[in-house]
Design a protein around this ligand. Structure first.
Ligand code: ADP
Ligand code: MG
Length: 515
């Protein structure tokens, strides 16, 4: 492959009998190894112990991806991990962007979160350490007709509930197995074992949680997973739980916000979070709270769930993430980082971080190279909106939300801008569209769709996982312990704008690296 657009024609041609054979291998591997979802419930109430599962949506073949671009974003992950740790500890910055002066003023999701955090800061925080399990999401950028080399651009940086680590490890293992079994019928020169990168997300993510647990220094404490009621993506979470028990001897308890409210207490002196959990007679101390919920307003149907979030945040448990780190992952922060000098201040300022903790210009350039143009809709009076109207065809608008289904794309933008009131502009950013390579297809397979894989024009989104443990707990402020933790490739039909696997738009895939 040359380093220019167009990218690569994919997939190689398969005979119908080969397609059928690969479909059988893929689905059977998925069912055998826990690459699973819970099915949509058919009756209420949903039984507490599920009687069955379905295979996760997946691709029959891996998707080609330029090796040098994959390696580039893997390298830059360390810089991002430290960057977001520093943002989460920069209270004046977060107050300005996400607080009462900024997004919290106009947004009824960010508002209560920020106010809860502010209240706790005034009381005095019990736990300085914070854990981030991050996923930085990217797409290949290859504008049609451009002679520029294909590049890789960041979609967003997730600081809460970064999901699909475990299932992604299994999807990569599934494709590697299918290659070992069939060589994919020798239909492409790219099918070679050195092109299937390792993917060890489950041990990586569990190691991050285990490090935080160790730093908490109460060996017999449990880790609390805060989860959504009716979550279908439970196996992705359970794999991390099993890894914690098997490799680190750490127990996990899973509770929703409402269950946490019912079953937990704070020790008034130590601020230890303790949870009543069967079969133990006494409440168990919690070392780390790992949120797989709490990122969307749907998780807070009444003020009670916000109160529970604040109750957990008040505790001495290490939060993954803290409210501060969740706010740091806001789209408005992502946009603000592109303003002149902001990145330099977080990465290069010797007075802020000390000589041994500053990065170099090449790191700053590498981060900046992953960005497309962004601005706030409140930019310079009416200019932000005017630019968005004029450039609508090449833009996506994003509010301060996570979890998919919230963005406004291209031709929908002008009508949307007509309805957006002046105040709300502050919560929205405009972002240039990333334009992934064309002529890429893959076989998408969903359970219950007649068990046939469907050949479709696709685009893929690469997520790079990493974790970071940081805070002032006896350490210097600039110290961040971090490690990368594997990757995720999600692929969706080209005509679908949104990327969430769980929302049904995209499927689990894996990388086939090409040079
Ligand atoms: P969320 O927090 O809801 O996941 P994202 O920023 O990840 O929001 O956007 C959701 C989806 O929209 C992405 O997975 C991607 O498919 C698409 N998308 C977002 N930003 C862009 C962009 N700049 N160019 C092209 N597609 C985008
Ligand atoms: Mg996303």
């Amino acid at each position: 492959m040359t380093d220019t657009s167009p990218f690569i024609q994919w997939p190689p041609s398969l005979l119908p009998a080969e397609e059928d054979a690969l479909t059988l291998l893929a689905t059977t591997y998925a069912l055998s190894h826990g690459l699973l979802y819970l099915p949509v419930p058919t009756s209420q109430p949903v039984p507490p112990a599920p009687p069955s599962a379905i295979h996760a949506p997946l691709t029959i073949l891996p998707t080609p991806f330029p090796r040098h671009l994959f390696e580039r974003v893997q390298r830059v992950q360390r810089v991002y991990s430290v960057l977001y740790a520093r943002i989460a500890q920069d209270i004046p910055f977060l107050d300005r962007i996400m607080g009462e002066e900024g997004v919290a003023k106009v947004d009824d999701f960010v508002g209560p979160l920020w106010r809860g955090w502010k209240q706790l800061r005034d009381e005095g925080m019990a736990q300085p350490l914070q854990l981030g399990i991050y996923r930085s999401d990217y797409m290949l950028h290859a504008p049609p007709g451009s002679t520029d080399a294909i590049s890789i651009k960041q979609v967003e940086f997730n600081t809460i509930s970064s999901s699909f680590g475990s299932l992604s490890q299994l999807a990569a293992a599934m494709h590697r197995y299918m290659y070992a079994s069939t060589q994919f019928f020798n239909t492409s020169k790219y099918f070679q074992s050195s092109n299937f990168p390792l993917n060890e997300t489950t041990p990586g993510i569990a190691r991050g949680i285990a490090e935080a647990h160790k730093a908490y220094s109460v060996k017999e404490a449990f880790v609390l997973f805060v989860v959504q009621e009716g979550e279908r993506n439970v196996f992705d979470q359970r794999m991390i739980e099993y890894e914690l028990l098997e490799k680190h001897s750490i127990h996990v308890v899973r509770l929703t916000f409402d269950e946490t409210a019912e079953r937990s207490v704070l020790d008034p002196t130590t601020k230890a979070l303790k949870v009543k959990t069967d079969p133990y007679p006494d409440p168990i101390e919690i070392s780390v709270v790992y949120y797989r919920a709490g990122y969307t307003p749907r998780d807070y149907p009444t003020p009670a769930q916000f109160a529970t979030r604040v109750h957990i945040e008040r505790s001495r448990a290490i939060k993954c993430p803290s409210i501060a780190l969740q706010l740091a992952g806001g789209k408005k922060v992502q946009e603000t980082l592109t303003h002149p000098g902001v990145l330099e201040s977080f990465l290069l300022d010797r007075d802020r971080w000390g000589e041994e903790h500053v990065f170099d210009q090449a790191d700053v350039d590498a981060v900046r190279e992953t960005w497309v143009g962004m601005w706030g809709l409140d930019f310079n009076g009416n200019e932000g909106v005017r630019k968005a109207r004029e450039g609508a065809a090449g833009l996506v608008l994003k509010p301060q939300r996570e979890g998919g289904g919230n963005n406004v794309y291209t031709s929908d933008i002008p009508a949307f801008l007509d309805t957006l009131d002046l105040r709300e502009r502050e919560a929205w950013i405009a972002m240039e569209m990333i334009l992934p390579p064309q002529d890429v297809q893959n076989y998408l397979m969903r359970a219950g769709m007649g068990e046939r894989a469907i050949l479709t024009d696709v685009v893929s989104e690469l997520g790079i996982f990493g974790w970071a443990l940081f805070g002032e707990g006896g350490q210097e402020k600039s110290r961040v312990k971090e490690q990368d933790a594997g990757w995720l490739l999600r692929t969706k039909g080209r005509d679908s704008n949104e990327g969430g696997v769980a929302t049904g738009f995209s499927v689990l895939d894996s990388l086939l690296l090409v040079d």
